[in-house]
Design a protein around this ligand. Structure first.
Ligand SMILES: NC(=O)c1ccc[n+]([C@@H]2O[C@H](COP(=O)([O-])OP(=O)(O)OC[C@H]3O[C@@H](n4cnc5c(N)ncnc54)[C@H](OP(=O)(O)O)[C@@H]3O)[C@@H](O)[C@H]2O)c1
Length: 306
């Protein structure tokens, strides 16, 4: 099969389209023919050497996919060959490939209303948003949430999940994404380059931080007493949290087939839409990573594999 791999860390030029053996599924795994794989910031962070993955070289990049079951391991009865599925992969697998072997429990049926390109855009970004605002922040109806980075892959799902759950959403994004973010359900969208969010919002129950640094630091001033800052990037200060009787959490997203099935139902019900900014063929994975790393991608970038 063809896959996009790296043999050394570096810029987009280290990505190589190669031929490698098709994986064999373990008894609890399924072998999937990948139709599309999405590009996530973690891909270029790994490629740049930002994660300790030396012992895994050469490695195939890509953390999520949508595809069709080719073959099932002996202990799998939840899926059969021909089923369309999507999933978040564990870090030891790569989605930029024609086939991938994945634990059946990490997969869910592809949402019927989406083609493979749009379905591939969902798993990592949507599970991250779901686990951040529900599992970590326990967001409930009637609460107020501020989402930093709302027009990106994770943020555009977070806005919609929060809104669908009855929360009032405040969001930061680039000026050109204001209308987009409002169309997703944000009550107020704030241009982070030209406005200070502290002037536009206060007393939020939850800050969902996809940006970190100074943005996270400044967010304490808009958090209610007893509130929470949840970040995908950086553990919020324990001292600042204690001063406000508040909490901070940093987490890593985990594969979860059950949550992906719930997310798929919301998508098929029309409550959540999937924004794909641009589609690239697998052989242009380097261009896709370069585009995401340079910034200002609306929604997700996806590689079309089959
Ligand atoms: N811990 C985990 O398991 C986990 C899981 C998923 C993601 N992450 C991390 O979470 C971050 C977001 O992921 P993603 O996939 O959503 O990335 P993304 O698609 O690149 O989106 C990031 C968004 O943030 C916006 N942004 C940049 N600086 C900002 C600022 N100061 N204020 C407000 N918005 C700002 C960008 O807008 P412009 O480009 O227009 O400036 C962009 O829309 C990444 O760093 C990723 O590595 C971590």
């Amino acid at each position: 099969m063809q896959s996009v791999r790296i043999h050394a860390f570096g810029g987009p030029e280290v990505l190589r389209l190669e031929t490698e053996p098709t994986p064999e599924p373990e008894p609890e795994e399924i072998l999937v023919r990948v139709h599309a794989a999405s590009v996530n910031p973690v891909d270029y962070k790994i490629r740049n050497g930002g994660y300790d993955a030396q012992d895994r070289l050469p490695l195939t990049l890509g953390r999520d996919f949508s595809g069709v079951v080719e073959r099932c391991g002996a202990k799998v009865d939840a899926f059969k060959p021909g089923d369309a599925v999507y999933a978040l992969l564990t870090p030891d697998r790569g989605g930029y490939a024609e086939f991938v072997a994945v634990k059946a429990r990490d997969c869910a049926a592809k949402p019927k209303s989406l083609d493979h390109v749009h379905a591939a855009a969902v798993p990592l970004a949507a599970l991250t948003a779901w686990q951040g605002i529900f599992d970590n922040a326990s967001l409930s109806a009637g609460q107020r949430i501020l989402i930093h980075g709302a027009a990106g892959g994770v943020g555009h799902f977070a806005v919609q999940f929060a809104k669908a759950n009855g929360a009032t959403v405040y969001a930061t994004c680039s000026g050109s994404d204001i209308d987009f973010v409002r169309s997703l359900g944000a009550e107020v969208a704030i241009d982070y380059k030209n406005q200070r969010f502290e002037d536009k919002v206060r007393d939020v129950d939850v800050v969902y931080d996809l940006v970190a640094g100074d943005t996270q630091e400044r967010s304490w001033s808009v958090l209610k007493e007893g509130g929470i800052i949840v970040s995908t990037l950086q553990q919020p200060s324990k001292e600042k949290a204690a001063e406000r009787n508040a909490r901070g959490a940093h987490y890593m997203t985990k594969p979860n087939g059950g949550q992906l099935a719930e997310i798929g139902q919301l998508i098929d019900a029309g409550a959540v839409r999937v924004e794909v900014g641009k589609v690239f063929p697998l052989r242009q994975a380097a261009d896709a990573e370069r585009a995401l790393e340079e910034g200002h991608v609306r929604g997700k970038l996806v590689l079309k594999v089959a």
